[in-house]
Design a protein around this ligand. Structure first.
Ligand code: FCB
Length: 444
C-alpha cells in the first residue's frame, strides 16, 4: 500500500508518567508501605526503580535519548512532611534536583501532588476522628502540603496535577477494598469524595496564589463502558448510572461546585471552576450488565467482551476507540486536554506495540477534530511497582530486573521513540512494529 503518515501539531508533548511510590524505592513512611507489610499486596515495593537512590538520572536520559520532551512524576507527601509538624527540606531538594534534571534535558515537567499514597501520620491519626481523607481536616492539611511544595518547586514547572484518579482512589480504597484502608462502605466513600473535592479546590487556589501562570488540573481515570446486552434497557441504565458516578462526579464538581452521589448532594461552591486543563488517564473499556446482587457496586457487573484483545494478566482489553471517546468526553468540559496516562501490562511486549500504535491513531483522530489535546504521557517509562498487584504487571517501555536494577529496552520503546522523534505515526512504523494493526490504522 501507499505510504501514509499521521502528523501531530508542533509543540505536542510526548512523555511517560510515573508515581513516587511506584518508582522511588525505600518509601517507608506511608500507608502503602504499611499495606505491603501487612501482606495485602502481591509483592513488596522494596527498592522499586531506585529513583530515590538516583536512578531517575539514567531513566530520564533514556526518555530524552528516545525523543520524549516531557515527563510526569509525583512527589511523595510522606517524604516532604514526615510528621504533622515537620517538613523535610532535604526531600524537597531531591525533587528540585529531579526538576533541574528535566530542565537540563529540556523536558517539560508535570508534577502530581497526590498519587494514591498518604503519610502514615495522616492515615492513622492519634485522634479518633478517622484517618486519611475520611477526616474533615485532611483537605486543609493537603493544601498546607501543596503550598509548601509548590513554593519550593515553582521555579521549575507550572504544570500541576492536584490529585491522581480520585475516582479510582475512592473505589479501590472504600468500595472494593483493595487499596488501604481496605474499607467497603458507600457512606464513607461519599465522605472521602467530598473531602477530595475540597482538598483539590483548596490546592487549586493555593497554587494560583503562589504562581499566577500555573496550569492546574486533576488526572481523571476515564473508563469507557458499554451495555453488555445492547437490547437490555437495564444494562443501558446501569452504564449511564455508573458512568455518571465513576467518570463524571469529580470533573463536574470541579466545574460547578456540586458533588452528587446517589441520593446525596453537597454544595462546595469554592470548587467551581477549579481546573485549567483536564488530565485523562485511559486504559480500557468495560461491558456492564445490570445485576441485582451487586448493590455494593451500584448494580453493575463489569467484564470484557468474549473476543477482546486481552492483556497478559487479563487486566486490560485493547479498546483504542475508547481513548477517542474519553477525549470527546473531556472536551465537553471546555478546557485543554492532556492524556496523563495510557498503557498496558505486557512483559513479553507482544501486545504493547499494537496497543500503543492503535491508541496513538485514536489520539490523532481527536487532535484532528480540533479538540484541544496538548500531549500524551505513556504509562510507564520503566516497569514499576503496581500497587496491590506488585511486580506481577509490567507496564514499562523498558523492562526492569528488580534484583539487579538492570533495564532493557523493549521493542515498544523503539516504536515510541520513532513516534516522539518524528511527531507522527507512519504506515512504515506500523508495518515494522505491529503489522497486525495495519488494517485498523491505515486501511487501504
Ligand atoms: C493507574 C494508576 C497508575 C498505574 C496505572 C497502571 O490507575 O494511576 O499509578 O498503576 O493505573
Amino acid at each position: 500500500m501507499a505510504k501514509a503518515k499521521i502528523q501531530f501539531p508542533r509543540g505536542f508533548l510526548w512523555g511517560t508518567a510515573t508515581a513516587s511510590h511506584q518508582v522511588e524505592g525505600n518509601n517507608k513512611n506511608n500507608n502503602w508501605h504499611a499495606w505491603e507489610e501487612a501482606g495485602k499486596t502481591a509483592d513488596k515495593s522494596g527498592l522499586a526503580c531506585d529513583w530515590w537512590g538516583g536512578r531517575w538520572r539514567e531513566d530520564l536520559d533514556r526518555a530524552l535519548e528516545t525523543g520524549q520532551n516531557a515527563h510526569r512524576f509525583s512527589v511523595e507527601w510522606s517524604r516532604i512532611q514526615p510528621e504533622k509538624n515537620r517538613w523535610d527540606e532535604g526531600a524537597l531538594n531531591r525533587y528540585r534536583d529531579i526538576l533541574r534534571g528535566l530542565r537540563e534535558r529540556n523536558m517539560t515537567a508535570m508534577v502530581t501532588l497526590h498519587h494514591f499514597t498518604n503519610p502514615l501520620w495522616l492515615e492513622n491519626p492519634s485522634t479518633d476522628s478517622g484517618g486519611g481523607w475520611e477526616n474533615d481536616e485532611t483537605p486543609q492539611l493537603f493544601a498546607d502540603f501543596v503550598r509548601k511544595t509548590v513554593s519550593a518547586l515553582k521555579e521549575y514547572t507550572n504544570l500541576w496535577v492536584t490529585i491522581n484518579e480520585p475516582n479510582v482512589y475512592v473505589y479501590s480504597a472504600y468500595v472494593e477494598g483493595a487499596f488501604p484502608p481496605g474499607k467497603q462502605d458507600l457512606n464513607i466513600a461519599f465522605k472521602v469524595m467530598v473531602n477530595l473535592v475540597r482538598g483539590h479546590a483548596l490546592a487549586y487556589k493555593a497554587i494560583h496564589e503562589i504562581q499566577r501562570e500555573a496550569r492546574v488540573g486533576m488526572a481523571h481515570h476515564y473508563r469507557a463502558m458499554s451495555p453488555k446486552n445492547t437490547k437490555s434497557p437495564l444494562d443501558h441504565w446501569v452504564v449511564k448510572a455508573q458512568s455518571s458516578v465513576f467518570n463524571d462526579l469529580f470533573p463536574n464538581a470541579a466545574r460547578n461546585g456540586k458533588v452528587k452521589f446517589l441520593w446525596k448532594k453537597v454544595e462546595i461552591p469554592e470548587a467551581a471552576d477549579t481546573q485549567d486543563f483536564m488530565g485523562v488517564n485511559y486504559y480500557s473499556r468495560d461491558q456492564v450488565a445490570f445485576n441485582l446482587k451487586m448493590a455494593g457496586e451500584l448494580f453493575g457487573k463489569h467484564s470484557f467482551p468474549k473476543d477482546a484483545d486481552l492483556s497478559e494478566t487479563g487486566f486490560i482489553a485493547n479498546e483504542p476507540e475508547g481513548l477517542h471517546e474519553a477525549i470527546r468526553w473531556a472536551n465537553g468540559f471546555g478546557k485543554d486536554i492532556i492524556v496523563t496516562e495510557n498503557g498496558v501490562e505486557d512483559a513479553a511486549d507482544e501486545m504493547r506495540p499494537r496497543y500503543l500504535a492503535e491508541h496513538i491513531a485514536q489520539l490523532w483522530r481527536a487532535v484532528n477534530f480540533s479538540w484541544r489535546v496538548k500531549g500524551y504521557f505513556h504509562w510507564s517509562l520503566v516497569d514499576n511497582f503496581e500497587w496491590e498487584r506488585g511486580w506481577t504487571q509490567r507496564f514499562g517501555l523498558w523492562e526492569l530486573d528488580i534484583e539487579t536494577q538492570k533495564r532493557k529496552k523493549r521493542k515498544s520503546a523503539e516504536l515510541y521513540e520513532e513516534i516522539c522523534k518524528t511527531n507522527s505515526l507512519s504506515s512504515k512504523m506500523v508495518e515494522k512494529y505491529c503489522p497486525e494493526a495495519m488494517e485498523k490504522i491505515f486501511p487501504d
